[in-house]
Design a protein around this ligand. Sequence first.
Ligand SMILES: [Zn+2]
Length: 663
Amino acid sequence: MALTACTDKNPFVQEWNTPYGTAPFSKISEADYKPAILKGIKERAAEIEAIVSNPEAPTFENTIAAFENSGQLLSKVTGVFYNISESDATPSIQALVDELTPVMTAASDEIFMNKALFERVKAVYENSADLTREQQMLTKELYEGFIQNGVGLDEAGQARFKEINSALASLSQKFGNNLLAENNAFKAETGVTVSAYPDFMTSCPDRAAREKAFKAYSSRGNNGNENDNNAIVLEIMKLRTEKANLLGYKTSASYILSDKMAGNPETVDEFLSKIMAAAMKKAKEEIYDMQKVMDEDIKAGLLPAGSKIQPWDWFYYAEKVRGRKYDLNEDLTKPYFQVDSVRKGVFYAAHKLYGINIEEAPEVEVYNPEVKAYKLTDADGSFVGIFYSDYFSRDTKRGGAWMNNFREQYIDTDGNDVRPVIVNVCNFPPATEETPSLLSIDNVQTAFHEFGHALHGFLSKCTYSGVSGTSVKRDYVEMLSQFNEHWAFQKEILSHYANDYRTGETIPDELVEKIGNALKFNQGFMTGELCAASILDMKWHELSAEELAGFTDAQSIRDFETKVCKEMGLIDEIIPRYRTTYFNHIFNSGYSAGYYSYLWSEVLDCDAFEYFKENGLFNEEIAMKFRRTFLEKGGSEEPMILFEQFRGKQPDPGALLRNRGLE
Ligand SMILES: [Zn+2]
């Protein structure tokens, strides 16, 4: 017991007398997390108990605000713990995550199934007319959170609900582990890693090798071996549907979408089918262009007569068409995108649009020598927040790129505006002996994307952390990150940052134009595979319990996929970006009935960007309107209302099609 006791010496229970109250990483050791988390859970439980046993009638302050203020110690620890566990995880940290996550989930279940607490929340919710809008939104979020987590169920129902949650957690983990094993098997078979697959398919002239790689790639998790995911998928789907049924929804999709911006599955289906139609129209033109190049290869005797474009030919011939049409070679652009220059560009765009200033903050401690700390201030000099930039891949970091808060923005009980501490984590290539870190066009977009999320967190001007910054609906959150991507390759921004690291020369106009054209290239395919995966996700979650009972084996899953792809109008040369047995987003991550969110948000960001184009790209007034309407508001208002306030109308789905060159 002595080992896990949380003493006064534990850095998490001490006040952090550091610059801007940032975490004192050098004082935190791995042994500090567990006792601090357990103490944090205990403290929160006592705080919740105090709310429940308050003899006074429930009010916003003594119930909702008190709930908001509970668990401060726990947030302080988990803010550090979960960031480090993703970006700088040793095996012992990973073991701690495995040990502590179920404990925290159970503690959270305990709260959201607490009927006495819910009765108080409900009383405030039903009498919320006089609250501020932000208070109403926070109360509603909390109220719905309780309902969605099964507070209304009887004892047997709650027990089953918890059972399902815990079964789903381990099934998801199994799905992910199987996929990891299948990815490794793919590499062993083909010599190509999963992340290098598109590059391989683009550059490999050996058609038989491409076909082999395509077939191995697209059958991951579906090989009838010990890592087969078919049975797991069916079990996950049956449990998810049972959970939805318990709460009174017919399908998992209608349960999940009930509190999202889109609201219901029908709206999403209709939205996706229009995008699909536009994408397929374009994809057919793309095939025509590629077939012409293939016909030349046939003529040259490289391929047998009558060869037609197949799914494993797409990347390869698209690249050939791209080379001819746009003549863009990334070896020419990379020297302009040295990582420090790109970060400068990211900061400059934020300065130009929103007036904020960003400077290095060497006085702030970082958790890894590769991380850099920055201080953000507003145009009037007031403090905005602290930003950590953690850009390079390393062994202790998981793949992908993300933004996260170490501390969220809110007004504390003494009336102080607590400013956020935010990190952007990416997996950019580190410097080599010959060159500094040079970014691809895709990497540059990622840097702008993640800083878009960061701005959403930094510029937040809310009172409650439950609705501040990026605490918004899942199908809205990507709007702010994707919006920021639009600035990456604007000439005014590029001229400020895209300098050749060897000569200092600014990127030539001709190259800027080529990048612009290339971004619209192959969009029939790119949009088609993304949209197809989004539809496949929806169709799985729109199945009822009776329909799912008809699925018995792997073949029934294949038949379902085939039927869904046919009905959506997907052409044979394209497959969904993810097929069922390797669709990690929806079976092992939070994106079930939610993969459409990227496209949904894209309509919003493209339409908002068109408003800038109509009024002058760097129109200060519009930029400030954008900041005030979206970036400051977090989840304190419904996103559709915010959008209409900004744009004066509902979003136009055509904006996405125009931006992708599909209309
Ligand atoms: Zn994002």
